[in-house]
Design a protein around this ligand. Structure first.
Ligand code: PEP
Ligand code: MN
Length: 283
């Protein structure tokens, strides 16, 4: 791929993006929380539940890019203040979406990681701004974008001097309508061939179906993903956004109990593989 000077360094050395003590590219990082910040009660209860279940970071949108202008658009600065409160109570670093280049510098004061959503992947003014914001960036794949287009967007951020980009595969549009999008799981090993940047998977927006979130999370771990971002709501039926796809805290906890053992299993297999190769070389 041409012109990916910073993103496509051909190197066996993978980048590790640190967010406080959370290491993307080294550990299996699980980010969980509601689609949108609706109230202090909703956020604090959900944050405490995901923390108890073993999540490493809290997610939640204060600015929601909605398909309809009449849908809930997020609480804005009030939402960010609630997220700050949830962080101080749980210790979980927060990731939240920014949708307007004019908001980047002050949103960065609340966010540990700035999220660029699928609809804004190619908003180049926004990419340049987050490239200068001094915060790690979670760059979601555009729902109509190729891997090359996606990596060019990461290159925008890196070329502004910000090396800390985490890629997120969140499903692409296909003719299939049973699922909300089609999770392109092949993006995980493909991205690892193409770049040193960490990659996580969003099993929530890619499937849009509660029953598929667990299996696709496990499959993503098997494919070598560096993390997952999962929507959890303490009372999904009352959610103002994406109510059909939020896990309850109990469902999330059950999934977490399987994810870490799956990761250890995969690590064991790859160590075994390395040992076998080493033995072959020395024979
Ligand atoms: C989200 O994570 O809140 C979100 C809106 O996701 P996406 O941009 O992938 O649709
Ligand atoms: Mn959502």
């Amino acid at each position: 791929m041409k012109n990916l000077k910073l993103v496509s360094q051909p190197s066996t050395q993978r980048s590790v993006v640190m967010v406080e003590d959370v290491a993307f590219g080294r550990d299996l990082v699980v980010i969980a929380g509601p689609c949108s910040i609706e109230s202090e009660e909703q956020t604090l209860i959900t944050a405490q539940a995901v923390k108890r279940a073993g999540a490493n970071m809290l997610r939640g949108g204060a600015f929601k890019p909605r398909t309809s202008p009449y849908s809930f658009q997020g609480l804005g600065i009030e939402g960010l203040k609630i997220l700050a409160r949830a962080k101080s109570e749980t210790g979980l670093p927060i990731v939240t979406e920014v949708i307007d280049p004019r908001d980047v510098s002050w949103v960065a004061e609340f966010a540990d990681v700035l999220q660029i959503g699928t609809r804004n992947m190619q908003n180049f003014a926004l990419l340049k701004e987050v490239g200068r914001a001094g915060r790690p960036v979670l760059l979601k794949r555009g729902m109509y974008s190729t891997l090359e287009e996606w990596l060019n967007c990461a290159e925008y951020v890196l070329s502004e001097g910000n090396p800390d980009v985490i890629l997120c595969e969140r499903g692409i549009r296909t003719f299939e309508s049973y699922t909300r999008n089609t999770l392109d799981l092949s993006a995980v090993p493909a991205i690892k061939e193409l770049t040193h940047l960490p990659i996580i998977v969003d099993p929530t927006h890619s499937t849009g179906r509660i029953s598929l979130i667990g299996p696709m999370s496990m499959a993503a771990v098997a494919a070598g993903v560096d993390g997952l971002i999962i929507e959890v709501h303490y009372n999904p039926e009352a959610a103002k956004c994406d109510a059909d796809q939020a896990l309850t805290p109990d469902m999330f906890q059950a999934l977490m109990a399987n994810l870490r053992p799956m990761r250890s299993f995969m690590d064991r297999i790859s160590r075994q593989h390395d040992n076998d190769n080493q033995a072959e070389v020395t024979q």
